[in-house]
Design a protein around this ligand. Structure first.
Ligand SMILES: *Cc1c(COP(=O)(O)O)cnc(C)c1O
Length: 233
């Protein structure tokens, strides 16, 4: 299938999921995850009008960012080591994996030194799987309180990853849990502005995530494809 066909097919699925859940199509943003594909394919993704690019490792993203960083909006979606903050700051508009105080401190410090604000998602481990990064849900409110004074770091919402399930319907409680946590945190008014964003849903489960309120879906294989020879393939 061509990239164009995949984009059309994904768009149709997003529209259908929005219709089923009575949501506006414009409230769902797509991040094209290019980690499985080459520099050339990443360029092609941008040429096809996809504006948001997601990468999960700076080592893999660097060449792509150097080629196309000024086109599109870049999202860092993978686990971020504190010593890598200096590489990604100012390049990725959004960091989806804020999961600890030491990382928040470093992001705030480096953003301050550039005179910018970095937008972040709190990554929360809703499923409780040990292999997953993220704060425990019950830690989220004290975490937000702890970073309140970090003027160069803004939390725009929450991010989670669901376990891989053959039947995507089984992921629904995870996505619902993230939405309920966001609403509960907003009720406590811990942030200057309410948390509006939910980054949830990947190739296997994005339709369920949209039905449960995703505002950002992160799509790799189904949208951009996977290329042979990659260590991810
Ligand atoms: C790789 C990755 C994705 C996309 O994965 P697909 O299943 O191929 O859509 C989304 N989010 C994160 C954090 C990833 O690492």
């Amino acid at each position: 299938m061509s990239l164009e066909e995949r984009i059309q097919q994904v768009n149709q699925k997003i529209e259908d999921a929005c219709r089923r859940s009575n949501r506006h199509r414009d409230d769902v943003n797509v991040i094209a995850v290019t980690k499985y594909v080459s520099l050339e394919t990443t360029g092609s993704v941008l040429d096809h009008g996809l504006e948001h690019i997601g990468e999960n490792r700076w080592q893999d993203a660097q060449a792509k960012w150097e080629a196309f960083g000024q086109q599109g909006t870049w999202h860092f979606i993978g686990h971020l080591q504190t010593n890598k903050v200096k590489d990604v700051i100012g390049k990725f508009r959004y960091i989806h994996s804020l999961d600890r105080l030491s990382l928040a401190k470093e992001l705030d410090k480096k953003a301050a030194s550039l005179g910018i604000q970095v937008e972040t998602f709190l990554q929360v481990n809703i499923s409780g799987e040990e292999s997953k990064y993220g704060l425990q849900p019950e830690q989220a409110s004290s975490f937000l309180r702890d970073i309140r004074s970090f003027n160069n770091l803004k939390v725009v919402g929450l991010m989670t990853m669901a376990p891989h399930e053959e039947d995507p319907e089984l992921t629904r409680p995870v996505f619902r849990g993230l939405r309920e946590l966001r609403d509960q945190l907003n009720g406590q008014a811990l942030t200057a502005e309410p948390l509006t964003e939910l980054s949830m849903g990947m190739s296997n489960d994005f339709e369920v995530a949209i039905e449960e309120g995703a505002t950002w879906v992160r799509l790799g294989s189904i949208l951009v494809g996977k290329e042979g020879g990659s260590r991810w393939a």
